[in-house]
Design a protein around this ligand. Structure first.
Ligand code: ARG
Length: 461
């Protein structure tokens, strides 16, 4: 392999420079430590571009064959782990691969700039990453579905303001996460589709002057289309922000799930028994079993959102067309994609292995207050009045052990003649309360079973 350290004069762009690059700038400007990760995409793009050059008659059979052989050899050596050690002397992955190609590489860059080249690599990466993340989210959804099925008709206190509000099926609560992640999965696939086009042919910005069939190249790369505008093609990073946004929302959802797992694992809740494999101990308190995994899911959302905001700020106010600021895109998105993928897969494994212990809701619990008010409404009492009457019953019950069961028949009837013993027997049963919430999307067992069936269907699409 020829040795061509990119010190400026000897860089791929070195012809017009008399002085070497200052080592401080060399180090500051180098991106190969990050973008080496794009080597597989870069090689795929170069194979397609070499074919386009050959098809256009810009290079001959032998040159095309030499490029193919060279690129495939580099791909092999990179995937076997060799070759990477030769990259640190280069400015970026594009220069590195061209250097590794040797004399054959001298023909490759016709009709192409690193501006459309890096944009293509990044499109390919974002498309693959969106699809992979969607697959990871699917695993999490599958784990949630399984646990929702296993939970059957078990009840938990549904919360508002983190205060006990109304009984709900635990499966219903879990399924709320399923649908949040279903939207995430759809957004990731949508983001992958936003990256599904090729900027090649844009050249530096104005479009190449060589007769390259850019649509054929896009097809060869299994990309759905090309850009309408070469300046947009090299300047656009919207597709990366789309993926970043899909990932940031998913990270927010993971953080909410993480927070709930932390709560559920605490003694006052006790809704989840964390498997040892996903818990940590204390260095001092021998009895502790801490939900660190869930805490990290909650905490790491900051990284994903922060990286997205950071990338948006890089893009803010940039002039057209390519500017070097755009180099900052990769490190940000790599961290977003990696952090999220690890978080999603960790949650899937944790949910799958967890044992849920929904506490149920006792007969006569104050969470049934709305049922009792609804009963008065069915008897023709205006709701606001019903609310006040049941409020009186709640006030009385809180001085008598906090349960409606402790109120006497006389106390009920003194509040309203509609509070007969047979009516109350119905109203104070939490299972009947949930069964009544049979609106589509409600927590009635029948509706939740339908919801789980819809969930299975959604995952097939
Ligand atoms: N390393 C650069 C990047 O990631 C590649 C493109 C450089 N182009 C240029 N004209 N300096 O954006």
């Amino acid at each position: 392999m020829p040795d061509r350290p990119e010190d400026g004069r000897s860089a791929i762009w070195g012809g017009r420079f008399a002085q070497p690059q200052d080592p401080r700038f060399l180090a500051y400007g180098r991106s190969v430590q990050w973008d080496a990760r794009l080597a597989p995409q870069d090689i795929r793009g170069s194979l397609a571009h070499a074919q386009a050059l050959h098809d256009a008659g810009v290079i001959d059979d032998a040159q095309a064959q030499a490029l193919r052989d060279g690129l495939e050899a580099i791909a092999r050596s990179l995937s076997s782990g060799e070759g990477l050690h030769t990259l640190p002397q280069d400015e970026d992955v594009h220069g590195a691969i061209e250097r590794l190609l040797g004399p054959a590489g001298e023909y490759l860059h016709a009709g192409r700039s690193r501006n459309d080249q890096v944009a293509l690599d990044f499109h390919l990466f974002c498309k693959e990453s969106g699809e992979q993340l969607a697959g990871a989210v699917r695993e999490l959804q599958t784990a949630i579905l399984r646990q929702a099925e296993a939970a059957g008709d078990a009840l938990v206190p549904g919360m508002t303001h983190l205060q006990e509000a109304q009984p709900v099926l635990f499966a219903h609560h879990l399924m709320a996460y399923f649908w949040m992640f279903e939207r995430d999965r759809r957004r990731m696939l949508w983001a992958a589709a936003q990256a599904d086009r090729s900027p090649l042919g844009a050249g530096a910005l104005a479009g190449t002057g060589l007769p390259l069939d850019t649509m054929a190249t896009a097809k060869r790369l299994e990309l759905a289309g090309i850009y309408e505008n070469s300046i947009d093609a090299v300047s656009d990073r919207d597709f990366a922000l789309d993926l970043g946004h899909a990932a940031a929302l998913c990270a927010l959802h993971l953080s909410r799930l993480g927070e709930e797992i932390v709560l559920w694992a605490s003694r006052p809740f006790g809704w989840i028994q964390l498997p040892d494999a996903f818990a940590s101990g204390s260095s001092m308190m021998p009895q502790k079993k801490n939900p660190d995994a869930a805490e990290l899911l909650r905490g790491r959302a900051g990284r994903v959102v922060g990286r997205l905001v950071g990338l948006m700020l890089v893009l803010k106010g940039l002039p057209l067309a390519y500017v070097r600021d755009l180099q900052e895109d990769k490190e940000a998105l790599f961290e977003i994609v990696d952090t999220l993928r690890e978080g999603v897969l960790l949650s899937a494994a944790l949910i799958d292995a967890a044992q849920f212990t929904p506490p149920g809701v006792p007969q006569g619990d104050l969470m049934l207050a709305t049922e009792i008010a609804d009963h008065l409404v069915r008897q023709g009492v205006p709701f606001r009045q019903a609310h006040r009457l049941v409020g009186q019953a709640v006030r009385l019950a809180t001085t008598q052990g906090g349960s409606f069961l402790n109120l006497s028949e006389a106390e009920w009837l003194a509040i309203s003649p509609h509070f007969t013993a047979p009516a109350l027997a119905e109203l104070l049963d939490p299972l009947r309360a949930v069964a009544r919430r049979a609106v589509p999307g409600g927590t009635a067992p029948q509706r939740v079973r339908e919801q789980i069936a819809q969930g299975h269907l959604a995952l097939q699409g």
